[in-house]
Design a protein around this ligand. Structure first.
Ligand code: JFZ
Length: 464
């Protein structure tokens, strides 16, 4: 009597093993992301065509907000978009540039606040295939290139704000943020009455209808038609309801390993990670939650033809080290042009960052936060191995006396060397202080990395 039951049980277990999808724990799901540390944000859309200028006027603020800041009517904006024709678009080259820069993932705006979909969609005609002369899905070839080069791909999706699809939300911006519009008093009164909208066409449906008719089906398409989607990056929860957030969140089941941020709806949909924007948090703000700083290279996310105010490679490499030393990720933005090319300044910055990462990347990838917090002369990251710990000291300001002192240092040193040359550096422990004797000149003007292998774990020191 017992035997057939046992056989059946074994059979069912084997069957389950064969067909059940392995449910990942949160730590397993976050593993690649925590190791990656460095990704590329791409803000691209039809706003790259006006590139910050409308009717001959420079419109204030970030490029992708031109429609809202300039209070451009829906019909005019869509007419402009017809001419979007990025014939120089080369996703293979984009992915190679990201990879050569040392980036491990890409997050691209599949739809920004202007509601324009860079992909083929049945949920709205306001997309690259139906609304532009270009007429081809832009995300498909990018997904293919990412797959080819082993680059993780994520989609930014503006779930709430949508200034073209009726019913979408519009965060209110006073006209003075765009240009000195002579009708500003009338327009500002109108946007106040209409929850930020400036064109009656935007209010032909309710927000709930927009969520059901556009946002939910588009997210479903994005999570179905492009293979593995590593990240869904929500943005600006303007007017979001719990109901809308629940419906959108439910779509994520289509990609069980997907990682999401904290911008779906605040505060009850925290996602997997926080998103400090244009800034690096200080140590006291960190509470153990995963986080990712997103940042522009110049002053805009979406391309603006006249913004040449780029940060230096030095600043950006040191930012990456600062972020890694605090246990976060760096999502660095590129805003491609209307032809589909990265701005030359961005190309140059990526190349310089890549050259540094090629030599020193091990101080970034797969590292954990510094046990010491920050040093005046630079930053520290660590990696735990089986019996010991690897410490990376990235020196920004080379000490004049050639000596680096590290307080509260109690582990036994096994080896210490400069990672760019492999040359051994002398270390001396006295009491709880470690002194590293360096060559007279920095090996890298931006950040020279010293790798110190020690025995045992290195406990976190109290933050000063
Ligand atoms: C949003 C967008 O409006 C912007 O266009 C860009 O895409 C950026 C990455 O995200 O802007 C924000 C969102 C959140 C904050 C500030 C700007 N925030 O939380 O401080």
């Amino acid at each position: 009597m017992k035997k057939p039951i046992v056989t059946l049980a074994v059979f069912l277990i084997v069957l389950q093993g064969l067909f059940a999808q392995k449910v990942l724990t949160n730590d397993e799901r976050m593993e690649w992301w925590r190791e990656a540390r460095f990704g590329m944000f791409i803000h691209w859309g039809v706003y790259s065509l006006p590139a910050g200028i409308w009717d001959g006027r420079q419109i204030g603020g970030i490029g992708e907000w031109i429609m809202n800041r300039g209070k451009i009517p829906v019909a005019d904006y869509q007419k402009m978009a017809k001419n979007f024709n990025p014939v120089k678009y080369d996703p293979d080259a984009w992915v190679r540039m990201a990879k050569d820069a040392g980036m491990k993932y890409i997050v691209i705006t599949s739809k920004h606040h202007d509601g324009f979909a860079l992909f083929e969609t049945k949920a709205s005609k306001w997309n690259v295939v139906d609304a532009t002369v270009y007429g081809k899905d832009l995300l498909k070839p990018l997904a293919e290139a990412c797959k080819k080069y082993g680059m993780k791909l994520g989609f930014y999706y503006s779930q709430a704000q949508d200034w073209n699809n009726p019913g979408g939300a519009a965060a209110r911006r006073p006209t003075k943020e765009g240009w000195a519009n002579p009708d500003s008093v009338i327009i500002d009164a109108y946007t106040k009455e209409h929850r930020g909208h400036w064109d009656p066409a935007q209010e032909k449906k309710t927000f709930a209808q927009y969520i059901d008719d556009v946002a939910v089906p588009q997210v479903k398409e994005l999570l179905t038609n492009y293979g593995e989607v590593a990240v869904l990056w929500w943005d600006t929860p303007t007017d979001m309801t719990d109901d809308a957030a629940r419906k959108l969140q439910a779509q994520l089941a289509l990609q069980p390993a997907i990682i999401t941020n904290d911008r779906l709806k605040r505060p009850n949909f925290p996602g997997d990670h926080k998103t400090p924007e244009q800034r690096i948090p200080n140590l006291k703000e960190l509470d153990g939650t995963d986080w990712e700083t997103c940042m522009t290279m110049n002053g805009t996310w979406g391309y603006k033809s006249y913004d040449h105010n780029y940060k230096t490679p030095e600043t950006l490499i040191r930012n990456l080290l600062d972020i890694a030393s605090k246990g976060g990720n760096f999502l660095l933005n590129v805003g491609p042009t209307e032809l589909g090319e990265f701005p030359q300044e961005s190309i140059d910055i990526l190349a310089k960052m890549g050259a540094w990462m090629k030599v020193n990347g091990e101080a970034v990838y797969g590292t954990k936060a510094s046990p010491w917090g920050l040093f005046e002369w630079g930053r520290c990251t660590k990696k735990e191995t089986k019996n010991g710990t690897v410490l990376y000291f990235s020196v920004f300001n080379w000490p004049a006396d050639g000596k680096l002192t590290i307080p509260a240092f109690s582990n036994k040193v096994i080896a210490a060397k400069l990672i760019s040359t492999g040359a051994t550096v002398k270390t001396k422990s006295s009491g709880t202080m470690l002194t590293i004797t360096l060559p007279s000149k920095a090996t890298d003007a931006i950040a020279s990395v010293i790798r110190v292998d020690v025995k045992g774990k290195v406990e976190n020191k109290p933050v000063q």
